[in-house]
Every structure is written in C-alpha cells, then in structure tokens.
Design a binder for this molecule. Sequence first.
Ligand code: GAP
Length: 455
Amino acid sequence: MANDLMERIISLCKRRGFVYPSSEIYGGFANIYDFGPLGSLLAKNIRDVWIKKMVQERNDMYLIDGSILMHPKAWEASGHTVAFTDPLIQCPSCKKRFRADKLEGWNLEKDNQTGKWNVLNQGSLICPDCNGNLIPDVKEFNLLMTTNVGSIEGEKTKVYLKGESCQNIYLDFLPIRDTMGAKIPFGVAQIGKAFRNEITLGKFLFKVREFEQMDIEYFCSPKEAKKLYEEWKNIRFNWYIDTIGLSKDRLCWRQHSSEERIFYARDAWDIEYKFFDEFEELEGIHDRSDYDLKQQGKFSGKTLDYFDPVGKKRFTPNIIECSGGLQRTFLAILAEGYREEKVNNEKRVFLKIKPNLSPYKVAVFPLVANKDNLIEKAKDVFNLLKPEFMTIWDSIGNIGKRYRRQDEIGTPWCITVDYQTLEDNTVTIRDRDTMKQQRIKIEELIGWIKEQLNV
Ligand code: GAP
C-alpha cells in the first residue's frame, strides 16, 4: 500500500492527535507541523530512549541543551552562510520551485568556497508540475533562516536560526573539556531544533522547515577517527533495529558521492529507511575531520585543541557525527508499526510499536459505564497506575470499541475491571498485538507492566 499507507498514517495522526499542521486555522503554514497530545508523548519517548542508550548507558558521553540563537560569526565560520545552498530553478509559468539536482537527468557540482553550483549535465527542461518550459537558470538558494536580535529598529543584528542543531556543541567544546575534565575520545549529545528553508517539501513529516535533530558529536584523535567512524555506524544502525523496532530489511546504507557530499564532510554515509515506496535518509553519519574546531578556532581567535596527557601531544580533535532526525524517526515508527487486519469481518487498525515508545502504556476501563461500584473500582486501578505509567481512562461505548481506539494509538495493554474484580481483586489485561487476555491480581499489575517494559 506504499503511498496509500502514507495517507492512512497522515489521517491517523490527525484524527488521533499525533500531528497537526501548524496554524491550521489559517490554512496551515510552510510545511511546519505541531505534535499533538499523543505525538508529543511519542516524540518524548523517542528522545528518552535515545538519551538512555547514547548517554546514560555509556561512560564517554555528555548531554547538552544549547540555545537556538548563536553568535552570527559561528555560521560564517561553519561555512553555512556561503556554502549551505541548494540549486534552485523556478518555473516561469507556474512559479513552482525545484531543486535542479533532483530534476530528471541533471548533474551539478557545488563549489564550497562560493556556494555556486556548476552544471555538469543539463537534464530535462520540462516542469514536473505544469509541463511548461523551464529556463536553465540555476540560482544558489541559501537554506539558512534569519531573524533579528535587538529592539531598536535599525540597530538590530541579523542572526541565523540553526541550520544544523549541532553547532553549539563545537562552541561548547572548551567549557565541556575544562569543566567536565573530559578525556578524548568523548562525545557530546544534543537534541535540538534545526530550521531550513527547504525548496522542495512534501511527504508529511519527512521534509519540513522546522525539525529536531538528535546529534552525537564524538571528539577523537585523528589516528582513531576511521575506526571510531565504523564503530559509530554500527551503533547507530543497530539502535534503529533494537531500540526503535525498525526491521532490518527496511534499513540500508548509502555512501555520498563526492559531488553530493556536504561541504564539511570527509566521508558521509546515510542510514536509509524504506518509509513508503523507496529508501530515504533517516540519519547522516559524517566524518567531519577537524573542520569544525579549526574553523571556529580561526574565526573566534581561540585555540580549540586538546592535549593528550599520555602521548604528550597537542592536536585538534576530529569529529565523528551521527545526526538523526526526530521527525523522520517518528514517521518511520508509524510506517513500520501501522497494521490493518480483519477481525470478525471488521477492520482493525493497530500500531505495533515497542511498548516503551507507545504514548500510553496502559488503558483502564470499567466493564460498563453505568455501575457505580465498577467505576469506583476501576478509578482505584487507574489512580494506582497513573503515577507509574502514562495511563488513559476510557468508559465510552462498548469494550470492543474501546479496544479498537487503544489499538489505533498503540496502547500495548488494556485493563478491564469487571464483576469478578469486585470479588477477587483481579482484572483482565489484554494484549494489543495478540488480543489475548489474562487475569492478573491488581497488586501485581505494576510489577507485571514494569517487567514487560523492562524498567
Ligand atoms: N549536522 C549534520 C546534519 O545536519 P543532515 O544530513 O543535513 O546532517 C541530519 O541532517 C538529519 O536531520 C537527516 O538525516 C534527517 O533525519 C534530518 N533532517 C534533515 N533535513 C530535514 C528536514 N527538512 N525535515 C526533516 N528532517 C530533516
């Protein structure tokens, strides 16, 4: 069901409060989206498992949470003000904008000193949208967004929104090295916003203008860079399988050619995922050499280096970068988990996602909604579980309908308080994927759920 699957996921996201178009009452805005109540929980769970695996369970990682606005010189130093460009062609008839490098038959190469794109091969000149004639006039389009700091008109300073979230990690290299006593090799992790004036959009959350990146910048000696690059490639690929639950056969590697490679990278590989009908980038793993610390050092006049106390040598650390997109991971989880099946001749939609990623871990229902003693008992169970897990209450409609509502949002377990509960303090707990039920003592519920969640 490829593209059809995307439509179903978009519809589910909107219907059930995962994702809303930003500013929808004004007709939406610029391919920007809000996470709704359920989407916020899923996004938080992704961030949490990333931090747990990449920071908490390791002893060589530090977490930071940097600002969005930075000194504008940092973006000159990084090269983004000049080289962070895409080649733009605008159709003179329909005014639609396209990336020339994505048009059929075109091959272009970027000059990283000037940000200019040289056309190696001119391809189709037919507008993919209106079939009009394109003029082969390729313009450099800088992806950085700008804003102003200062309150007096005319005295404001133009600043940039982060084009890539990681930049403050390089600026914080010195204080982290000094305040944390960090010994190389070590890494800095950050989940932060990035903003890009993308020319081509679409595909829901896949390509948006405001998004979050989950970045690891791993500082190492030049000698170790190659080996650690391979290690990090493995760690990140396996994270998507073991922690996020994506299937191995929907993941693959793709190395960037020299024409495609971003200006700061010595080597670049993408982890790609088959979201719908084709494999597309989920995370970029870059060998950034000593580019970032050298550039920021040059522009700031500070020496961003490291003294190795064992080898008694001073050097500029190399950086291995793993940069994953939160929105793309979110979309991959939904694309992987979305299931439809027939149960008793009716369609059942369920999200087969890892329980620790599910927005709600558990739902509590009274068997019927008009018996005070059942409701009271069910409220007791609800209040017992709520401090421990994201728990949702539902007493609307029949049990079957409540199960379906929870299946659709990926709640792994539904607990029903029935007449037997009033006699023996047991409840039924029903599994989302198998739909099987078992009886369990109320006093054992918390332990049982924790065991399943492995917490
Ligand atoms: N600091 C490195 C960097 O920014 P990138 O490959 O441009 O590298 C890293 O971006 C990740 O950020 C991508 O693999 C993707 O998951 C996500 N990403 C990039 N542009 C995006 C966009 N317009 N919308 C959603 N996610 C995006």
